[in-house]
Design a protein around this ligand. Structure first.
Ligand SMILES: Cc1cc2nc3c(=O)[nH]c(=O)nc-3n(C[C@H](O)[C@H](O)[C@H](O)COP(=O)(O)OP(=O)(O)OC[C@H]3O[C@@H](n4cnc5c(N)ncnc54)[C@H](O)[C@@H]3O)c2cc1C
Length: 476
């Protein structure tokens, strides 16, 4: 196949790449072609769903935030409206392991924003002193950072505002269930900008959260994370990228199995790709969206722009493992009446969290059975990734036996390894992303997209693909 006159190439068929191809396909008319190149031969990147014998096991993400529009809007446009299901009402709370049992996060407490005084006054997660310190948050003076020093780690921010005990027993475990990050390095500005803004604009998290609740009067209250605002697809998360890829194919987008190793600018202001599986039509393009992970993007751009490549490779990634375990209901003594349980680091256990998959959503386990997903690893326990699958299953079984009273042989046990799959937004991340965007904008027709930059959640990743496609079109 010969090179088309005008051609857009998307590198990587994860959600970011597919979302970019979606914009490119709808905004480009006659004569232009769009190609998506992906080494794995499948679409969706980290997203995947395994079905079998009445179980539905998500390989990575199991739901997404509906409060941001991008993912829900996309699902609806693809005819998946009837597939969208919310978290079961009885599961809209998080448990935190404390003093030998799972204790609900205080009612109304949102990651680090104290919602209601009664929830804090009555929680057994904190000592009387810890509760008083948390309630004192409203009187803690706002930090007035010097210009250029606005960012701060999550641990520093939460300890400063809420006290060490609230951080150790509440914020750290809730946050690690989301980012699997080191809280002493996780950037507030990049990961929790809204809480930073509350301190800056309202003077405290307490006042900021009150104002937010007044603005959103009527929004149902849940504790820990905002479980009432999360949805999934009844047939599993993989349906979203698959359906989008089918739609793109029907609109003429071409999918090629192969990978890009480098790209360079040609004398006639086009992009020339090197790699495997590239036919003549895929190897040159006038616009390129790189939607592969940042270290891979760095390798592609190394010869073109060294400083840009250095900034991309400096984005750190952490890994995690998910051990999915299925049991007959009567093998587990815990009522599993929550979305899951997070385990504080100070508890000294070896797992980060357990998600109660079959409590959250219907259709995840056969009748009379329960499914749970045990999260292991993250930035603070990279060594655990070295265990083999049998050892990981043993570890997870031991933990759910201790934490949830799960007994006997599981009916299902599977391990998903996510080596270097979670970008880590360290302090200074936003400044790095600004440098990356400035550098990329100096190369007409080039853009980068994906979880590495402006949000790891599914709606943010879709948005990053859409923005990248528009930027790259606007620059040629
Ligand atoms: C274990 C786990 C659980 C998660 N849970 C949730 C959740 O519950 N809710 C939520 O909102 N988010 C969750 N996330 C985050 C979210 O799923 C991801 O941020 C998002 O799916 C990443 O999409 P992406 O397109 O940026 O990257 P990826 O999905 O990583 O896609 C990148 C693609 O680039 C391809 N590629 C690599 N190298 C090359 C090359 N040289 N040439 C061409 N292509 C290449 C890869 O094969 C891959 O297909 C989770 C993530 C993980 C890992």
């Amino acid at each position: 196949m010969s090179a088309p006159r005008s051609h857009s190439l998307v590198i990587g068929a994860g959600l970011a790449g597919l979302a970019a191809a979606d914009v490119l396909a709808s905004e480009l008319g006659g004569g232009r072609q769009v190609t998506v190149i992906e080494p794995s031969g499948r679409v969706g990147g980290v997203l995947g769903t395994v079905h079998g014998d009445g179980w539905l096991v998500e390989r990575s993400a199991d739901c997404f935030l509906a409060a941001r529009p991008e993912a829900v809007t996309l699902a609806r446009r693809l005819g998946l409206d009837s597939e969208l299901i919310g978290v079961e009402p009885r599961a809209r709370r998080a448990l935190v392991w404390h003093a030998g049992r799972g204790v609900p996060a205080p009612a109304g407490f949102r990651l680090m924003a104290p919602g209601r005084a009664t929830g804090i006054l009555t929680t057994s997660l904190l000592s009387p002193l810890g509760r008083a310190r948390l309630l004192w948050e409203r009187f803690v003076p706002a930090r007035r950072p010097a210009s250029g020093d606005e960012d701060e780690s999550l641990e520093s921010f939460a300890t400063r505002r809420l006290g060490r005990e609230a951080f150790d027993r509440l914020v750290q475990p809730l946050a690690s269930g989301i980012w699997t990050a080191d809280p002493a390095r996780l950037s507030m500005a990049a990961a929790c900008g809204d809480f930073l803004a509350m301190e800056r604009d309202a003077g405290s998290l307490w006042a900021g959260e009150r104002a937010r609740l007044r603005r959103q009067a009527g929004v149902s209250e849940s504790s820990g994370a905002r479980y009432g605002q999360f949805v999934t697809l009844a047939s599993g998360m993989e349906t979203l990228p698959r359906r989008l890829a089918d739609d793109l194919r029907s609109r003429g987008v071409r999918f090629v199995t192969g990978s890009v190793s480098s790209l360079e600018r040609t004398n006639d202001d086009r992009w020339q790709m090197a790699g495997t599986g590239l036919d003549a039509a895929a190897a040159t393009a006038d616009t390129v969206v790189i939607a592969a992970p940042a270290p891979v993007a760095s390798g592609m751009l190394d010869r073109l722009d060294r400083l840009l490549a250095d900034d991309l490779s400096a984005i750190d990634y952490a890994g995690s493992c998910i051990v999915s375990l299925g049991f007959a209901r009567d093998q587990v003594s815990h009522p599993l009446d929550a979305a899951g349980m997070v385990i504080p680091r100070v508890a000294g256990r070896r797992i980060l969290a357990v998600s109660f998959s079959s409590s959250k959503f219907p259709g995840r386990a056969p009748p009379g059975c329960v499914l749970m997903r045990v999260f292991v690893g993250g930035a603070l326990d990279r060594e655990v990734m070295e265990l083999d699958d049998d050892a990981l299953v043993e570890l997870a079984l031991g933990e759910v036996g201790y934490l949830l009273g799960a007994r006997g042989e599981p009916k299902l046990a599977s391990v998903e390894r996510w080596n270097q799959a979670m970008p880590q937004y360290h302090v200074g991340h936003l400044a790095r992303v600004a440098r990356i965007e400035a550098a990329v904008s100096r190369h007409p027709g080039l853009a980068v997209a994906g979880a590495a930059y402006t949000g790891v959640g599914i709606p943010q990743v879709i948005a990053s693909g859409q923005v990248a496609a528009r930027r790259c079109l606007g620059s040629v």
